[in-house]
Design a protein around this ligand. Structure first.
Ligand code: GLN
Length: 536
């Protein structure tokens, strides 16, 4: 059987956190640079339907696509590397697989059969893998299997891969990512964990075609030969994946190792042109040779796990590069921020970002941080809950609305300046029910945001239930907090700015989801530019 789309499966062995997402994104980048259209898909072996209901401490940030899917943060890496938007189809969980099989069972679609992991769950997995392939948009689909080979929960995925390798043998390959640990006492790199993890894959009927070996030290010829011999792969398919200074170095490291060339050979595709990656290299050159340095405070309640703010910290890197500046992020725990330590924690910062979030934990620290930025004229960017905190702060301290709040936290506040959106009021289920995905926004000519975007019509991604309460619009405008971005259909306030401040912007949407290496996000670029000017 033949298939016009080619599939690359990326599995992981030995341990988690080896960087499958970055390897997948780097491979896709190289294939894209050779002229192939490639996309990446992540299969997550947990039972949640999507990560939208997960606390960021579990798996880090929840990334949101244009079509409103709440997804794994690896999709953020895919977009940042490829500069191509992903969608609902790019992230599938075990929960979603089971949900659709069970729904089919209830509709009677299995015609009296016993519904089983094999073939019903594995068929559903195979369908989900092929949705992107069948769309006709991609030459190559890279499917990253979450978890580590040998985990009970990833077994059905590995079995689906085994079946696809059997059914479409000329169109599928497996790249297995493993660890080659260094034993300091012995002064040696050890290949045994790699051998064992390949053995585990073989027990499940899958022979990997390529091994990416994560290592702290050089994999010399002898080690490569040994791995090739014991794991049944060709010598050129043993790829060294060295620890890198920046994730953005990885495509170039993979190019030196010829990962893309070997993948194309094994898939029977022509090499086309050699990737030049001139823009990518220029990005890296600027990243490593900044001409200035600034300190930005990121105020949030999940700062112990930096992955909770992955897209924001990557946006800082992109915007820093655009401004030739090194952006040092000071991670500030909103729960530990109070009037008494505010000055100590925030002084010396060139810019302050108040992060998105949910619930009351750390909210007063966020509001204090906004006040400090506003009063001390420090460039400020508030995102989603951060924007809502800016509105609350302004109401309390400029408008004199004493207990102004969001109804998310104080349902009977006298001044509900942030309140639940009308269409959210009758919703009871928590999963996938927020205002999600891309909405258009009209910017006010002459505003800081219009200048940043250099246009007055934009589209940005959302993830929230509460909104600026338009009953107070006039009060705010009169007092100098101006709505400079609105949804043209509904009149929802999407951006606020404070007059007589060097740069104070609150956005109800999430600009961080759209920043990429090729297109650093304009709001972040303008924020960093303001921070540099503020420093001078
Ligand atoms: N909790 C707020 C809301 O639901 C903000 C959400 C966010 O910051 N993503 O409106």
């Amino acid at each position: 059987m033949s298939n016009s789309t080619k599939y690359v499966f990326v599995t992981g062995g030995v341990t988690s956190s080896l960087g499958k997402g970055i390897i997948s994104a780097s491979l896709a980048k190289l294939l894209q640079a050779r002229g192939y259209s490639a996309t990446i898909q992540k299969l997550d072996p947990y039972i949640n339907i999507d990560p939208g209901t997960l606390n960021p401490y579990e798996h880090g940030e929840c990334f949101v696509t244009d079509d409103g899917a709440e997804t794994d943060l690896d999709l953020g890496h895919y977009e940042r590397f490829l500069n191509v938007p992903t969608s609902q189809a790019n992230n599938v969980t075990t929960g979603r697989i089971y949900q659709s099989v069970i729904e089919k069972e209830r509709r009677g679609e299995f015609l009296g059969k016993t519904v089983q992991v094999i073939p019903h769950i594995t068929d559903e997995i195979k369908n989900r893998i092929q949705i992107l392939g069948k769309s006709g948009e991609y030459d190559i689909v890279i499917t990253e299997i979450g978890g580590t080979v040998g985990d009970i929960e990833s077994l059905p995925y590995v079995e689906a891969v085994r079946q696809m390798l059997w059914e479409f043998e000329n169109d599928c390959i497996v790249v297995h990512l493993t660890l080659v640990p260094y034993l300091a006492d012995a002064g040696e790199l050890k290949t045994k964990p790699t051998q064992h993890s390949v053995k585990q894959l073989l027990e499940l009927g899958v022979q990997p075609d390529i091994l990416c070996c994560r290592t702290e030290h050089e994999l010399d010829l002898t080690l490569r030969k040994k791995i090739a011999k014991f794991c049944n792969v060709s010598m050129n398919a043993v790829i060294e994946s060295r620890d890198a200074e920046s994730i953005y170095d990885v495509p170039l490291l993979m190019q030196t190792e010829e990962l893309d060339k070997v993948v194309l050979e094994k898939l029977g595709l022509s090499a086309k042109s050699t990737p030049k990656l001139d823009n990518w290299k220029e990005f890296l050159r600027r990243l490593k040779n900044p001409t200035s340095e600034i300190n930005i405070g990121l105020v949030g309640k999940y700062v112990e796990l930096k992955d909770s703010y992955k897209s924001i910290s990557e946006s800082f890197i992109h915007a820093g590069v655009a401004n030739e500046a090194r952006v040092n992020v000071k991670w500030i725990h909103s729960e530990k921020l109070s009037k008494s330590n505010l000055e100590d924690e925030l002084k010396g910062l060139d810019g302050i970002l108040v992060a998105p979030g949910f619930g009351s934990r750390g909210i007063s620290g966020k509001i204090e941080a906004v006040r400090f930025a506003r009063e001390n004229k420090i460039p400020f960017l508030g995102i989603c809950l951060g924007m809502q905190c800016a509105v609350i702060e302004y109401a309390r301290h400029v408008l004199g609305f004493e207990d102004a709040h969001t109804t998310e936290i104080s349902e009977d506040s006298k001044y509900p300046v942030i309140s639940m959106m009308e269409e959210q009021k009758n919703i009871e289920e928590k999963g996938g029910t927020m205002r999600l995905g891309a909405y258009s926004c009209q910017l006010k000519p002459g505003s800081k945001v219009a200048a940043a975007y250099n246009t007055d019509k934009i589209s940005e991604r959302h993830r929230h239930r509460y909104e600026f309460n338009n009953a107070y619009l006039e009060d705010f405008e009169k007092a100098g907090m101006i709505p400079t971005g609105k949804n043209p259909e509904t009149g929802l306030v999407e951006v606020v700015e404070v007059e007589n401040h060097p740069w104070f912007v609150g956005a109800q949407f999430h600009p961080e989801y759209k920043s990429t290496v090729a297109n650093p996000h304009p709001l972040f670029v303008a924020f960093i530019d303001a921070a540099i000017k503020n420093k001078k």
